[in-house]
Design a protein around this ligand. Structure first.
Ligand code: HEM
Length: 506
């Protein structure tokens, strides 16, 4: 215990790589480095991760970039990333974009420094909120939110309209985490514009990303207006969550959800409770972390399904087979959609919607027997490139192929080569929640609609610490497809399908 505490207390604030990597000169960097500015030539401020991916292809499995005198090391080679997963020598590093979220999320679970006592306290109090029993209790609520999405898509299908995929997936996932975690309804599907929570969240995430692109001493001056807007966004988020908490306290009755755990549950060993300030941080954390990345994952998966009718057919056959006649799947029937899950896994391979995580050395060590690191030195793991390492994934890494995730293929790969949910003690606490929700929703949508792509659409990806397809729209068509066991019968809830007629009619 003493050892853990001693190891955990590392200096806060930005640590430039020169301080922590004694053999930094052996790590390549882009050509044409400029004094003071660093590697800014050709770099894009709005897509820093995709920029780094382009550089990674040229510079190899470990490389560095310099922005305004701050030097960062990026890692993506599978051997290096596997070594970084060793929890006895490395831990999460709260740096760059994540550290920029501290003003809004403080010592909430995602942004807490490893040594902050509230991390362990909140982790132990909240982890049972993601147990199998808890997930089974969320399932009916997930179904009822999904029904609001399908009502909306049914209307679009009846009118032959396009749907805004990222917009609708964001409504769905926000409502799902709000309802299951906090018993709250934001009414997203009844609104023409995004809920103010979403607007403020997008503002703070984009601001946190933008802060990395300006020289720190000049940030207060250059970002004066942006900072003011960010302060207003944070105030908006706090106001909204304070209201959610106030209502729960006023209602006084327990729902057994995450908010109850935050307010009522004490630590099983120490008896400690979360403070009101920490509850506020956790509610913001869960509302943001619990929807933005799942929304992106669903959007990318729908994009690929619309482009690969063969994959969509196979997935749809599975849904028909596993769910059979039941109008709504039971909890256990979701995990049995193995192929749909592979579609999701493969979409997250190509576009891991939380595209990077940082690791720091907790002792002086040598990364993969090659790169000495001092205690406290850190590196950013570039997940989209880890997921494209040709030594692991083969030469055609851009090809969308869900069979990469069939059990035999998975077993044939070394461990730690697929990391959309991060790694170790600080990996995603909501992983099962996200996978259940996304598999369920893909199953429901595949069963109900044929998904038509916009022939003019080319995938463009927006970054705001997360990845999201920009401007993606699809045309859903209510489906009439025979089930293998009941030829000619409409699939789904028995409602009159309208798609086939319109489709054949052009
Ligand atoms: C596809 C969806 C999701 C993806 C790709 C994702 C990805 C990640 C990643 C990569 C991390 C680690 C970050 C780091 O090491 O700095 C993380 C942590 C976290 N995620 Fe997720 N996440 C998803 C969904 C969710 C959901 C649904 C929730 C909540 C309901 C959630 C809550 C959290 C929290 C609280 C942490 C911090 C955990 C800790 O440090 O103890 N995430 N997530």
């Amino acid at each position: 215990m003493a050892e853990t505490t001693e190891r955990a207390v590392l200096p806060k604030g930005f640590r430039s790589a020169e301080q922590g990597w004694p053999a930094l000169h052996r790590i390549p960097h882009p050509p044409h480095r400029l004094p003071v500015l660093g590697d800014v030539i050709g770099s894009s401020r709005s897509t820093p991760v995709q920029d780094s991916v382009r550089l990674a292809r040229r510079l190899g499995p470990i490389f560095r970039r310099n922005a305004f005198g701050r030097e960062f090391v990026f890692t993506w080679g599978a051997r290096l990333v596997a070594d970084l997963a060793d929890e006895s020598r490395f831990a999460k590093h709260v740096g760059l974009g994540v550290a920029n979220l501290r003003p809004v999320a403080g010592d909430g679970l995602f942004t807490a420094y490893n040594h902050e006592p509230n991390w362990q306290l909140a982790h132990d109090v909240l982890a049972p909120g993601f147990s199998r029993e808890a997930m089974a209790a969320y399932h009916p609520m997930m179904l009822s939110v999904a029904a609001r999405l399908t009502e909306h898509w049914d209307r679009a299908a009846a009118d032959g309209r396009w749907v805004d995929v990222p917009g609708d997936m964001t409504k769905l996932t926000l409502e799902t985490i709000a309802r299951t975690g906090f018993g709250h309804d934001f009414g997203s599907f009844e609104r023409a514009r995004p809920h103010p929570f979403v607007t403020a969240m997008v503002g703070t995430l984009s601001h946190a990303q933008r802060l990395n692109n300006v020289p720190p001493p000049l940030a207060p001056l250059l970002l004066r207006r942006a900072n003011r807007r960010n302060t207003a966004d944070i105030a908006r988020l706090e106001h909204i969550v304070d209201e959610v908490v106030r209502r729960r306290r006023a209602d006084g009755h327990a729902e057994g959800d995450l908010l109850d755990r935050m307010l009522e549950t004490s630590h099983p060993r120490t008896g400690e409770r979360l403070s009101p300030e920490n509850v506020r941080r956790q509610v913001i954390t869960f509302l943001v972390a619990g929807h933005e990345t799942t929304s992106g994952a669903l959007s990318f998966a729908l994009h690929y399904l619309s482009l690969h009718p063969g994959v969509a057919d196979r997935a749809r056959d599975e849904v028909d087979r596993v769910w059979g006649e039941s109008p709504e799947p039971a909890y256990e029937q979701v995990a049995r959609l193995r192929y749909v899950r592979r579609v999701l896994d493969e979409s997250l391979r190509l576009w891991p919607t939380a595209p990077a995580y940082s690791r720091e050395a907790t002792e002086d060590t040598v990364l993969a027997d090659e790169h000495p690191m001092r205690r406290g030195a850190w590196t950013l793991v570039l997940t989209p490139m880890l997921h494209r390492d040709p030594e692991v994934w083969g030469a055609d890494t851009e090809r969308f192929d869900p069979d990469r995730f069939d059990p035999r293929a998975v077993r044939s790969r070394p461990p730690h080569t697929y990391k959309p949910f991060g790694t170790g003690a600080r990996a995603c606490i909501g992983r099962q929640f996200a996978l259940h929700e996304a598999t369920l929703v893909l199953g429901l949508l595949l069963r109900r609609y044929d998904l038509h792509a916009d022939p003019g659409y080319r995938l463009r990806v927006t970054e705001r610490l997360t990845f999201m397809p920009r401007g993606l729209r699809l045309r859903p068509d209510r489906r009439r497809a025979p089930r293998p066991d009941a030829p000619g019968r409409p699939v789904g809830d028995g409602a009159e399908p309208v798609g086939e007629e319109r489709r054949t009619g052009g």
